[in-house]
Design a binder for this molecule. Structure first.
Ligand SMILES: NC(=O)C1=CN([C@@H]2O[C@H](COP(=O)(O)OP(=O)(O)OC[C@H]3O[C@@H](n4cnc5c(N)ncnc54)[C@H](O)[C@@H]3O)[C@@H](O)[C@H]2O)C=CC1
Ligand SMILES: O=C(O)[C@@H]1CCC=N1
Length: 266
């Protein structure tokens, strides 16, 4: 398979490196299009693939074109890519917000798959949801799914409209997790621990709790109850969270991320 990646930043290269790692593409068949000279030089030094700095007719020779620039950079990319695509090429967009219909119109191209990954894809532990234009055949959907599976887990969505919700939940989700951990570490420092000790206490707690959640038969509510003794310390913390509407605040943040994804399409 031959693949071109337009925009080789964090996510573009997370995908590229996973494909290489699992031998889904050979480096000589991986065209890395990166506008930023410094970034391009780094990729060249890493021998990550065939690195170029401009979009050219070379993309007509690949099976799959991945769009991984920021949504704000997409309009200029679209005008350069439109006209270079052959009808049987697949375009995979991982850009937040931009719907399949808009991609089809701006690229004058039918075969579009739209995906929303997240940064743990860097470790092959990503979570990606994807949807495809009705014109993309099952064999092509499977090809894209196999590629995404090299970056972690993939789920196919019949309803493309849910991709913005995925963006708010799992696309941006790693940042919420890091935010929570950082807040807990900061609390530890406020209570007198040095930052390294506080980070150890918090990170190991989160790691152990994740595995407990994954292996236990108990629901999340039951797991919470198992920690919160009646009249005890956890109960005091949970009551404070309720008073400050921490859960509601988190949910409002997720809805804001989803809504921002919709705005990025405009
Ligand atoms: N970072 C994240 O957690 C996630 C990002 N995304 C989406 O992935 C896309 C990329 O995000 P990141 O990798 O974080 O951004 P990034 O800024 O790390 O990478 C974008 C790259 O595109 C390059 N670029 C811009 N215009 C170009 C052009 N005309 N030709 C070639 N290269 C060009 C930039 O120089 C940059 O290296 C965005 O659309 C974002 O919505 C999706 C899921 C998660
Ligand atoms: O913040 C963003 O816009 C991108 C999309 C999902 C995660 N990062």
């Amino acid at each position: 398979m031959k693949i071109a990646i337009i925009g080789c930043g964090n996510m573009g290269m997370a995908f590229a490196n996973s494909f290489i790692q699992y031998n889904l593409v050979q480096k000589e068949d991986l065209l890395l299009i990166e506008k930023n000279q410094e970034r391009g030089t780094v990729l060249q030094e890493q021998k990550a693939g065939v690195v170029v700095d401009t979009i050219s007719a070379k993309i007509s020779g690949v099976d799959l074109v991945i769009l991984s620039v920021k949504p704000q950079d997409y309009p200029s990319v679209a005008s350069e890519v439109a006209g270079l695509l052959l009808p049987n090429q697949i375009v995979l967009s991982i850009m937040a917000g931009i719907p399949i219909a808009k991609l089809q119109a701006s690229l004058q191209h039918d075969l579009i798959v739209r995906a929303m990954p997240n940064t743990p894809a860097l470790l092959g532990m990503g979570m990606t949801a994807f949807a495809a234009a009705s014109t993309v055949g099952l064999a092509d959907v499977r090809k894209v799914e196999n590629l995404i599976n090299s970056t972690g887990r993939a789920v196919f969505l019949e309803d493309e409209a849910l991709i913005d919700a995925v963006t708010g939940l799992s696309g941006s989700g790693p940042a919420y997790f890091f935010y929570l951990i950082k807040s807990m570490i900061d609390a530890g420092v406020s209570m007198g621990f040095d930052p390294a000790m506080s980070a150890l206490l918090v990170k190991q707690t989160m790691l152990g709790s994740y595995h407990l959640m994954q292996t236990s038969d108990k629901s999340l509510d039951e797991l919470i109850q198992a920690v919160a003794s009646k009249g005890g310390t956890t109960e005091a913390a949970l009551k404070t969270f309720a008073d400050f509407q921490v859960g509601e605040g988190l949910q409002k943040g997720i809805f804001a991320a989803r809504d921002r994804a919709s705005e990025l399409a405009k």
